[in-house]
Write a protein that binds this ligand. Structure first.
Ligand code: DAT
Ligand code: MG
Length: 151
C-alpha cells in the first residue's frame, strides 16, 4: 500500500450551489479518510500562491477572482494512492469532457466552474496542504472502517 495525503477543495461554485455534501460524500463513500476540513475564504495572495503554475496564462486573472469570490471547503484526505484516486473521482478539467460518474462529469458544465480542486502530485499535495493547514490541524486517528476497506 502507498498511503498518501492529498489536498481537495470544493470551489466557490460548489459551495454556492449547495453541493458540498454531495461532493464530500463521494470521497467518503469511496473510502478516503478525512484528515482535515476547513470552511474558509481564500485571500488573494494565497490564491496566487496556490495557482502560481498558471500565472501568465489567459485564464489566470479570472481564475484568481473566481477562487476568491466566495468561501471554499478545504480538506485533506488520506488513503492508498489518494492523489490519483481523488483525481479520478474528480474527472477531467473540462466538465464537458469529464466522464459521467465523476464529480465534474456529473455536476459541471464549464472549465472555469469545475467545482473541485485536487492535488496532482505528491509535491503539489505537500505544498498545498501546508498552504491551507497548519500541521496540528491534521488529525491523526484510527478509523475503524479502514479494517473493512483495506485488505
Ligand atoms: P485541474 O484543476 O484539473 O488540476 P489545472 O491545474 O490545469 O486543472 O487548472 C487549474 C484550474 O484552472 C482548472 O481547474 C480550471 C482553470 N483552467 C484551466 N485551464 C483553463 C482554461 N483553458 N480555461 C479556463 N480555465 C482554465
Ligand atoms: Mg491542477
Amino acid at each position: 500500500m502507498a498511503i498518501e495525503q492529498t489536498y481537495l477543495m470544493v470551489k466557490p461554485d460548489g459551495v454556492q450551489r449547495g453541493l458540498c455534501g454531495e461532493i464530500v460524500s463521494r470521497f467518503e463513500r469511496k473510502g478516503l479518510k478525512i484528515v482535515a476540513m476547513k470552511f474558509t475564504a481564500i485571500k488573494k495572495e494565497t490564491a496566487e500562491n496556490h495557482y502560481g503554475e498558471h500565472k501568465g496564462k489567459g485564464f489566470y486573472n479570472s481564475l484568481i477572482s473566481y477562487i476568491t469570490s466566495a468561501p471554499v471547503l478545504a480538506m485533506v484526505l488520506e488513503g492508498d494512492n489518494a492523489i490519483s484516486v481523488c483525481r479520478n473521482l474528480m474527472g477531467k478539467t473540462n466538465p464537458q469532457e469529464a466522464a459521467l460518474g465523476t464529480i465534474r462529469g456529473d455536476l459541471g458544465m464549464m472549465t472555469g466552474m469545475n467545482l473541485i480542486h485536487g492535488s496532482d502530485s505528491p509535491e503539489s499535495a505537500a505544498r498545498e496542504i501546508s498552504l491551507f493547514f497548519r500541521p496540528e490541524e491534521l488529525m491523526i486517528y484510527k478509523r475503524t472502517a479502514d479494517d473493512w476497506i483495506y485488505e
